[in-house]
Design a protein around this ligand. Structure first.
Ligand SMILES: [Zn+2]
Ligand SMILES: [Zn+2]
Length: 381
């Protein structure tokens, strides 16, 4: 391999992403170097670009969910499933690392996603420490990172099309305690909402309603398993309340999943849940401002259960892989990846993601130096 590894670096909020050169890292025992085949530009990256997340140690190499081929291993190295990993394996890794296992969050409360030591590739790992992000030709997998072989049935584009949205959705469905024949409303048709729709469908939901935008994402929501879709911009909250009640015996839905990141969506979701229903809030990953809640009407008298959902755990990562292995041929996760961008076109990718011209941008870090007008390469099969 070449010692010269290029990475796209986000130097500070609001600044253009720059290509920088890194040397190949030394590999201590138990570590590996992953040659990146695909990474992604997700909603989190747009937030990072605008400086909306606290505690981010810019400059960073974004790209928290990525896939590639194990190029060098200082082994032996075992995957999260216990199998031995070898150089040349197609592999993926759980982006959260350094969860301590000793703090009160980890041991007493058993909420490891709230561990203060936890770090996340592409988000809270500084570029000054090396190749800790997927917008790079190679990624350093330090000792302790949870790695898994990508199942043969899953292409890189399947995996990244699902990406962080599927991991998050696995956790959301766990928090939602979905039961067979539950009615489900998903607010938001980005990558998280689309995967939540698919998992609710696979998990035995009866009617699934989605609220989102724009039209292309609503088409995808149907393809992922939604029965009724409402354009959030082309309908009013009052109309949606009436229509949701009409398909739920006048009651509202059993389970509401908020994946919209909007304070108004949260208010609406409280009204659309049935009495005694469950509401999982997962889209308020950044501060979207206050929502107006009437505790009597919306929660207390309604006997509503409201649950937050923050981050994911290794088990969600492995379950996401199993879901893809079994279902990627039939559920169109790869369609979420709208377009694939070269490493030096990620400013365009961020702009396209922000403007919702695509649902998710894929990154092919092996492609650099395209002439203008040839910035996007077609997704591979
Ligand atoms: Zn901890
Ligand atoms: Zn993400």
């Amino acid at each position: 391999m070449s010692d010269r590894i290029l990475a796209a670096v986000m130097t500070a909020p609001g600044r253009p992403v720059e290509i920088r050169e890194f040397g190949a890292p030394d590999l201590p025992a138990g570590s590996a170097l992953l040659r990146t085949a695909r990474s992604e530009v997700c909603g989190t990256d747009v937030h990072l670009w605008h400086g909306r997340l606290s505690g981010v140690p810019y400059p960073i190499i974004p790209g928290h969910v990525s896939a590639g081929t194990l190029e060098a291993i200082n082994g032996p190295l075992r995957g999260l499933d216990g199998s031995t990993l070898r150089e040349g394996d197609r592999a993926v890794f759980f982006d959260v690392h350094r969860t301590c296992g000793r703090c009160r969050a980890c041991t007493v409360h058993r909420t490891p996603t709230r561990c203060p030591s936890r770090r996340v590739y592409g988000i809270t790992d500084p570029a000054s420490e090396g190749l800790y992000g997927g917008w790079a030709q190679a990624i350093y997998l330090e000792p302790g990172v949870g790695i898994a072989r990508l199942p043969d049935a899953v292409t890189f584009d399947d995996y990244i099309g699902a990406g962080c949205g599927l991991l998050t959705a696995v956790h959301i469905l766990e928090r939602a305690a979905l039961r067979p024949a539950d009615t489900v409303l998903v607010q938001g048709t980005g990558a998280v909402g689309l995967s939540a729709i698919a998992l609710a469908r696979l998990g035995g939901a009866s009617t699934i309603v989605a609220i989102g935008a724009p039209a292309a994402r609503l088409d995808l929501a149907r393809a992922m398993g939604a029965d009724c879709v409402y354009d959030v911009e082309g309908s009013t909250a009052a109309e949606r309340l009436e229509q949701v009640r009409a398909v739920t015996h006048g009651e509202g839905v059993d389970v509401v999943i908020e994946a919209a990141g909007s304070a108004r969506a949260f208010e609406e979701g409280l009204a659309l849940a049935r009495d005694g229903g469950r509401y999982v809030v997962a889209g308020h990953y950044t501060d979207n401002g206050p929502s107006i809640v009437n505790a009597h009407h919306h929660i207390n008298r309604k006997h509503l259960e409201v649950r937050g959902c923050w981050g994911s755990e290794p088990g969600h990562f492995l379950r996401a892989l199993s879901v893809l292995e079994r279902h990627a041929a039939n559920v169109p996760w790869r369609r979420i990846g709208g377009r694939t961008y070269a490493l030096d076109r990620l400013n365009d990718a961020l702009a396209d993601a922000e403007a919702m011209r695509i649902t998710k941008a894929l990154v092919d870090p092996s492609v650099v130096g395209q002439r203008s007008g040839a910035s996007a390469v077609q997704p591979s099969a």
